[in-house]
Write a protein of this length. Structure first.
Length: 65
């Protein structure tokens, strides 16, 4: 993958996940009051953030080399 594309995709994933988590009324609009559903959405959020951080680190590593 292109080094600039990796960096861009990583930043979009990290910033996008944070913005969706901050502005999304998902738990109230869908009536998701179950603890299991909350854990699932939290795990999905951190998975997307981790993939984004991985792409950012790979992009930075490619820039150096």
């Amino acid at each position: 993958m292109n080094k600039w594309l990796e960096l861009l995709v990583g930043l979009v994933l990290v910033i996008g996940a944070i913005l969706v988590a901050f502005y999304s009324p998902l738990s109230t609009s869908l009536g998701l009051s179950s603890a299991a559903i909350s854990v699932f959405w939290g795990g999905l959020f951190w998975f997307i953030v981790a993939i984004g951080a991985l792409f950012v680190l790979l992009g930075i590593s490619d820039l150096k080399g």
